[in-house]
Structures are given as structure tokens and as C-alpha cells.
Design a protein around this ligand. Sequence first.
Ligand code: ATP
Ligand code: MG
Length: 399
Amino acid sequence: MLNSKATHLLIRHHEIALKGKNRPEFERRLKLSLTRCLNGKGSVVNVSGRFVIELPTPVTSGSEAELKKLIRRLARVGGVSAVAPCSIVEPELEKIQPEAVAWVQNEIGADPNAKTFAIRTRRVNKNFPLNSMQTDAQIGTLIKKLKDTLSVDLKKPDLQLNVEVRHKHALIYSWEQEGVYGLPMDVTQRVVCLLSGGIDSPVASYEVMRRGCAPVFVHFHSKPYTSEASITKVTKLASQLRNYSPYPLELWLVPLLEIQKAVRDACNERHRTVHYRRFMMRIAQEIAVRRGAKALVTGEALGQVASQTLTNMQVIEDGIELPILRPLIALDKSHIVEKAKELGTFETSIEPHEDTCVLFAPQHPATQAKLAAIREEEGLLPCFDLVFAAVDSAEKVLL
Ligand code: ATP
Ligand code: MG
């Protein structure tokens, strides 16, 4: 799979190119993120407007497993659409042709049963004497000479060769690892992600991370009613999400038990779950203030469970000043499950765990809680003290 002609890793990005005046800032962030992923083992250089990773030795000289790991890591950086091992030559036909042929020869060596191929040239340098189609044809003729049984298939070729003719360089590559697209992480766009042990909230966190937000994870537990295993599980989920961040992340483990007891003792039994949720939001907001985060993120999806009705959402977010982002709001469960599998969190999420919200929970929770009634009950509680005490006693884990 890894062509021995490859000397560099080409980082392809997608949306960033469309950002006009913001482009330099996006590129700066992308470069920072990529550099962090390299951990001193290489550098990010600009080659005719493309980011390319330069490793101390040619890419294919090390262990293939290590290289693939690095490629996967780079592909998880927000803003990256693909990572491709590539070779770089001068943008002249006499230089490109032999390199392309040698490259394809290696590909044929790795896949002797290949029957079809496609050449895809992108010409950015308009001074290059041939247009893209002419270049494809020229190289294609040479490939046919190499192995005349190969035929062209532009839709689903067995072998593919990409040639990018840029101003000062031409880049040649075939296989590429697809990236996460989105935007590079921006530490000034911090958000607090409410992370339960379920399937949804890790996916919701990933979606905002992919769009450039730097998460602070917050998990509520009711120890000792909920077990240590639940904490281990959520820590594992947060560590899996850490794979998608170039920067270290925090997980706050917040005890909810005192609040739950206070709610149990003072409020209508059917309203308990809604009260817990309101406290979760307030605590998350307080953590956001302390960490300079600009929004809260949940894994809620409309109608997925009884508590996720519009009425309840309105009641739960009442009094919260920060925007609440719900990236999964209109997604079907099956779609979310698919994403969790792709992300790698699904297997962890389905491990059994105790849900904080069911502690002292009523058999028939209110699905259409009335805001006025909720506020009145809450008036009986020392809300601020409870929120501050919970935040102050939170345990912080650095991931
Ligand atoms: P998930 O699969 O994310 O647990 P869910 O379908 O179980 O979601 P709920 O239990 O109603 O849905 O929770 C809705 C959202 O509230 C979660 O996605 C999460 O963002 C937040 N949340 C719920 N419980 C907790 C908790 N113990 N700690 C942190 N956040 C929580
Ligand atoms: Mg849950």
C-alpha cells in the first residue's frame, strides 16, 4: 500500500481553501495542529501552497506500522481531508513522466492482478505546457507501455495516480487516508461538552471538535451510588476523543449526589430528572465561565428518550446564558450509532454503566414539565451554593 517512491506526506485540506481572507489564520492553526501531532518527529513545510510533512528520513524507510499510525493521527486533525504519501519533483514534464511511471511500476508490483488504472492530473500552474487531460493522456500512454493489459477506468480503477502540477513543484501520489474534514482546532473556541457514558454525547463532542472547538469534558456521577467502573468508562471515552485533538484535554468529574439528595427532599418526585438536568446545565455553565468556554454541548436528539422533548429542553435550558449546542438534534439513532462506530467509541459506550439520572428517579417522570412549577420548587433550594460546591469538589483528569 505504501509506495517506496514516497518521500513526504502530503496533507490535503478542503474547506480552508474556501475561507478567503481568513485563510492565513486557518492555515496557521492547521500547521500548529499538525506540528503538535508530529511530536518533534518531523516538520510541516509549505510546498507551492500545500502542507507537506518532511520526516528526518524518507517516509518509507521506517516501520510501516509506525508510519500508518502517524498517517492516521494526522488524518484526525480537523481541517485535513486526506493524508497521502507522495513524491515531489520539479513541475516539468520530463521530470514528472519518469517519476509517474516508476510510481505506477511499484503499484503494479504491489497489486499484480490490477486490471484498470486512472491518472488524475490537477494543474494549478497554468504555465505548464499541457492541460490536465493532455497530461493524463501522456502519462497514460507510458503506463500502457509498462503493462499493455491495463485499461483505463475513471470510475473505480484498481490503480490510481494523482499528479498535482503546482507552481514550483509537482506532487505525485496514489493511496490516501481520508481525513476528518472540518476545521482545525482553535483553543480560543473552547466549549464544555457534557459527556455521559452513552453513545450520543461522545459523537456530539466529536462533531464540535471536528468543527474547530476545543472541548472541556464534564461528567456527572453519583458516587458511591454509581460505581467507579462508570468513571473508568467515561475516562476511556474521553481518552478516545483525545485522539482527535492535537492538544491535551481536561475531564471534570463532578459529584451530583448532594444536589440529588436536596432535590429528592424538597421537590415533586416526578420533576426530579428535570431538576437534575437543570443543575447539570448550571454546573456546566459555571465550569465554562471558569475555563473561558463559550458554549455548552450535549448529545440530545429530539424525541430520542422521554426527557428529550422540546418542552423539557426549554425547561432545562431556562436561565442558561451560554448557547447550548446539540449537534445530533435531528439525527436518527441508527445514524448516531454508525458515527460512533466510525469514531471508535461505540464499543466502549455499550459497556454497561449506571446512569446518574436514574438515582432516586421516579417511575413516571414528567415529560411536559411546567416551567413555573419547576422554578417554584427550585426556589426552595440553595442553588448557587449547591452549584459552587459541586464545581469546587470536582476532580480534574488531564488527558
Ligand atoms: P447519551 O447517549 O449521550 O448518554 P442519552 O441518549 O442517554 O445520551 P440523556 O441521558 O437524556 O440521553 O442525556 C442527554 C444528554 O445530557 C447527554 O447526551 C449528555 O450530553 C448529557 N448528560 C446526561 N447525563 C450526563 C452525565 N451523567 N454526565 C454528563 N452529561 C450528561
Ligand atoms: Mg445518558
